[in-house]
Write a new protein. Structure first.
Length: 120
């Protein structure tokens, strides 16, 4: 009986050790779940294309559809004209004014004489 005399005293330590081991296992299980969740989330984010990919954004100006980034001379009414670029603002397309007026191309006299020599 002398060998079994210490059993009641060791039961308290045994219960504490079991409780510690249980907490350790739970921490490891939670960490594994967290790590797996982060891994699945990362895979999902990298595999799913963004919602805006493939959408062709266009602006409507002077009766024509212009793709995002395109530049045209906008005619407002009968007298106002300005150079504008089609841009996206808060997920909507809009015109951004670049400059007042519109560029006008003209042939210089030197260019027209050269063109006449080439043609004839």
């Amino acid at each position: 009986m002398t060998a079994n005399a210490n059993l009641p005293v060791d039961c308290a330590n045994l219960a504490k050790n079991r409780q510690r081991a249980h907490h350790r296992r739970m921490k490891h299980a939670l960490f594994r779940q967290f790590a797996l969740g982060i891994g699945f989330l990362a895979v999902a984010l990298f595999c799913v294309p963004p919602a805006s990919a493939g959408q062709d954004c266009e602006c409507l100006g002077n009766g024509k559809r212009i793709k995002q980034g395109g530049v045209i001379c906008l005619q407002i009414g009968s007298s106002q004209r300005y150079l504008a670029r089609c841009e996206r603002n808060l997920n909507n397309t809009s015109w951004k004014k670049i400059s007042d007026g519109c560029p006008v191309s003209q042939m210089s006299p030197w260019t027209s004489k050269s063109a006449a020599r080439i043609q004839g």
